[in-house]
Design a protein around this ligand. Structure first.
Ligand code: SF4
Length: 487
């Protein structure tokens, strides 16, 4: 992705550990997990979005986009489209969403998205192709099938969408509300991946989080998508929800695996009621205690690895022949706002409220509120709320953190060569912060390599946090926004 996102040389990334290696035996001791259980960024970017500044606006984004476009040759893009609407609130939700049942907002929103695309497309240069497309939210299937078709075909006219079988076009679906004509339309529009939210099938948990979703709704949708030739299915689960029990969660995992999804994300619930009002409906007394939360994580690892799933990294598992696993083994895995990705070297364009773009050596985020976002577009301005131009230090640290998050390892000499630094001097503070993790058996430092151990691969965020300059600035705690827990 631009200068800030060049694929790392294989020499840096060649993993000494494969995804196959992580199993239940890798789970660190409970005392170590407790010590590591703290708030931290998810490192879908470095610096994390919390560091974006409103001093960086539309003019700066334009400048960075044009600079990136000046690079010679054809350009591959990732495109993220945020659809914020949901018909009802799930209480655990931490997404930027707007609860409404007014379906007329769908076509209106798509019109604005197409105008936004028309504003940004001329800045990206003439020879762009979108090879990765992701619709997230919110609930993208809030858009009726016809509206979705208008959106995708309209986007294709300004940001050409790849027809290659290598394309990666995905959409998040809520099985409770997907219209019957959706899977066929998705296939027609070129989608080849779907991601379904499940969280937990236990009815007691579902009532506590206000998300009643039957097994039939979920499995019928998976079947319908597969019948249409949509080959890749991801399922999201959450551990740490209210009323969750080991037996109930194990049952959910086994049910989900009976459909053999290609990928599974098992997120830890982040209870931040000060930040997400909906979470105030969740009774703290019904949340699992830390030890019970760890047991749920242990069960997830046990069940998934026993069924042949590979641990890719932070919360993500996949079947052995999945592209993410293959990319990791080949040292090509990357991470962006959509999570782990195989599309190295693409600039990222984000459309819609709160969407984030990564163009050249910059990040920019759209207004989080519909009003501000729409007002900017209507007046012909890019709807940028805040952003950041990456410094040289940001770029070095981003490379180290991405290497750790994707491959659990970095090759010191390669970083030194690439950036003209003496690693031990440049990262002296980081190396001091790593020491306790080495003592806890989570990191090994030997032969010019810093590598997460099997146990450390389950705590990649803690290792990456040692290299995060922003977390360790004076006053960082006071300024920081609450973040999710690392265990
Ligand atoms: S979890 Fe998904 S469906 Fe539920 S409110 Fe949040 S964005 Fe909407």
């Amino acid at each position: 992705m631009g200068r800030g996102r060049l694929p790392l040389p294989a020499a840096i990334l060649r993993p000494p550990l494969t995804a196959a290696a992580v199993s239940l035996h890798a789970l660190p001791a409970a005392a170590v997990l407790r010590r590591c259980d703290r708030q931290g960024p998810r490192y879908t970017s470095y610096p994390s979005a919390q560091q974006f500044d409103t001093a960086f606006g539309a003019a700066e984004m334009r400048q960075h986009a044009e600079h990136a476009a000046a690079r010679p040759g054809p350009r591959l893009l990732s495109l993220y489209v945020h659809v914020p609407f949901c018909p009802s609130p799930c209480f655990y939700c931490g997404c930027n969403r707007l609860i409404t049942r007014d379906t007329a907002r769908g076509p209106w929103y798509c019109e604005q998205l197409l105008q936004e695309a028309a504003l940004i497309a001329p800045l990206l240069g003439p020879d762009c192709t979108v090879v990765q497309l992701h619709l997230g939210g919110g609930t993208p299937n809030f858009l009726a099938a016809g509206t979705l078709a208008t959106l995708i075909r309209g986007l294709d006219t300004v940001l050409p969408l790849s027809r290659s079988s290598e394309r990666d076009f995905s959409i998040e679906l809520d099985p409770r509300s997907v219209p019957g004509d959706y899977p066929a339309m998705l296939a027609q529009l070129g989608f080849n991946r779907v991601s379904l939210g499940v969280q937990d099938f236990d009815p007691r948990v579902q009532r506590a989080v206000n998300r009643i979703q039957t097994e039939e709704q979920t499995f019928d949708l998976i079947d319908a998508c597969r019948d249409q030739g949509i080959g890749s299915v991801n399922i999201d689960l959450i551990y740490g929800l209210p009323r969750q029990t080991p037996a109930g969660f194990r049952h959910t995992l086994r049910l989900v695996m009976s459909a053999r999804p290609d990928r599974l994300a098992v997120y830890g619930y982040a209870h931040l009621p000060g930040l997400f009002k909906g979470q105030r409906h969740i009774a703290t007394s019904e949340l699992p205690e830390p030890a019970a939360r760890l047991e749920l994580l242990r069960i997830a690892i046990e069940e998934l690895t026993a069924s042949g799933y590979r641990y890719v990294g932070m919360d993500h598992f996949a079947v052995p022949d999945d592209e993410l696993v293959r990319a990791q083994e080949a040292g090509r895995l990357q991470r962006n706002f959509m999570g782990y990705t195989t599309h190295a070297g693409c600039d990222l364009v984000g459309l819609g409220v709160s969407a984030i773009s990564h163009l050249g050596a910059s990040f920019s985020q759209n207004f989080r509120d519909l009003k501000g976002w729409e007002a900017a577009i209507r007046s012909g301005r890019l709807p940028v709320w805040r952003g950041l131009a990456l410094s040289a230090d940001d770029r070095i640290r981003a490379e180290v953190i991405e290497g750790l998050m994707c491959h659990g390892t970095i090759e010191v000499a390669a970083i030194e060569r690439r950036h003209g630094i003496d690693f031990d001097t440049y990262f002296s503070d980081s190396l001091l912060r790593l020491k306790p993790l080495v003592e806890d058996g989570l990191v090994q430092m030997a032969a010019g390599r810093i590598a997460a151990t099997l146990g450390g691969r389950l705590l990649l965020r803690n290792i990456a946090m040692c290299f995060d300059a922003y977390l360790h600035r004076p006053g960082a705690d006071a300024q920081s926004r609450p973040a999710s827990r690392t265990v």
